[in-house]
Design a protein around this ligand. Structure first.
Ligand code: SF4
Length: 304
């Protein structure tokens, strides 16, 4: 029997079975992730929802997908060194947020203690000052100008620019993420195979594990379609300031079922579109790590 991950949009969290009896509307999402079926039952809470309300659903779907991809990659013999306290990637580059994530980030932060809020604002403002003293490279600006709602911006462009700034994430303290529960989707789906030394910029090999669905791009496209704007990415340390400057965008609402249905369609389309590429790349990575392991075993047996 199919297992369902149950979640809701625009209402309180629901437990298994509870909301089935309440007569609420549910929308299904079935995904084929590397040959494994992932099922979601998405409850429609309030009639209308804001962009920030879709983020918990995106996090749930993201967790379901990454769990399968990481487990399958490990089972196939590739080494994923990512674990709690491993933070070279957080030290090397910052991450972009889609608009719904930026709005949600501000809400999540406002739930924390006054002391935590103050420290997060301080970190953001310090980093923002550094970022604003830099100029995005011309190719990035040109690409951004070409963007239309029909061809959303690839958030990887923003990531690459970030990386070129060589700034560490302002939320990294003692090698740990200080906003772990609120961390961006890009952080949640970032895993590599290979050696952590390569992540530190030292010798070695590390390859990013490609996810069949990149959730920041899903939310970028969804927000762009609903708002009728080009897809935008907000730099994490600038997110709080950006939200203060765009209060009306936090308050706009759409029918919850319309928002969820479109979210489901975008996720499914991306999953189908990326299926062959991800499978091929994954095969190549697994093949490469098997060859590396075989070569290392050969070296050990020769030296022994
Ligand atoms: S938000 Fe957290 S996980 Fe993401 S880059 Fe910053 S410290 Fe790392």
């Amino acid at each position: 029997m199919a297992e369902y991950i149950i979640t809701t949009v625009g209402g309180d969290s629901i437990g298994e079975g509870g909301a089935y009896n309440s007569g609420k509307k549910f929308i299904g999402l079935e995904l084929d992730i590397l040959g494994e079926t992932l099922n979601f039952r998405i409850g429609i809470g309030k009639d209308r929802a804001r962009l920030a309300d879709i983020v918990p659903l995106a996090r749930t779907v993201c967790a379901g997908i990454t769990d399968i991809v990481v487990e399958r990659t490990r089972n196939d013999g590739a080494r994923i060194p990512c674990s709690k306290g491993c933070s070279p990637c957080c030290s090397r580059y910052l991450v972009p947020l889609s608009v719904p994530e930026a709005l949600r980030f501000k809400e999540d932060i406002s739930m924390l203690s006054a002391h935590r809020q103050e420290s997060i604002w301080r970190s953001c403002l310090l980093s923002a000052r550094l970022i604003l003293s830099q100029k995005p490279p011309k190719p990035f600006m040109r690409k951004a100008e070409e963007v239309s709602p029909a061809s959303p911006v690839d958030l990887n462009l923003v990531s690459n620019w970030y990386m070129s700034l060589k700034l560490r994430c302002p939320f990294l303290y003692n090698h740990l993420c200080s906003i772990y529960d609120q961390r961006p989707l890009a952080c949640r789906e970032h895993f590599v195979t290979g050696s952590v030394r390569a992540c530190r910029g030292q010798r070695g090999f590390a390859e990013v594990v490609e996810m069949p669905v990149q959730m920041p791009n899903v939310l970028g496209q969804l927000a762009s379609e609903l708002e009728g704007t080009p897809a935008e990415a907000v730099i994490l340390p600038l997110a709080l300031v950006w939200c203060e400057e765009n209060p009306e965008r936090a308050e706009r609402t759409w029918p919850t079922s319309t928002m969820v249905e479109r979210f489901v369609e975008i996720v499914k389309t991306m999953a189908c579109r990326n299926l062959p590429t991800v499978a091929a790349r994954r095969k190549a990575i697994i093949g490469l790590s098997k060859k590396r392991r075989a070569a290392s075993q050969l070296c050990q047996s020769l030296s022994g």
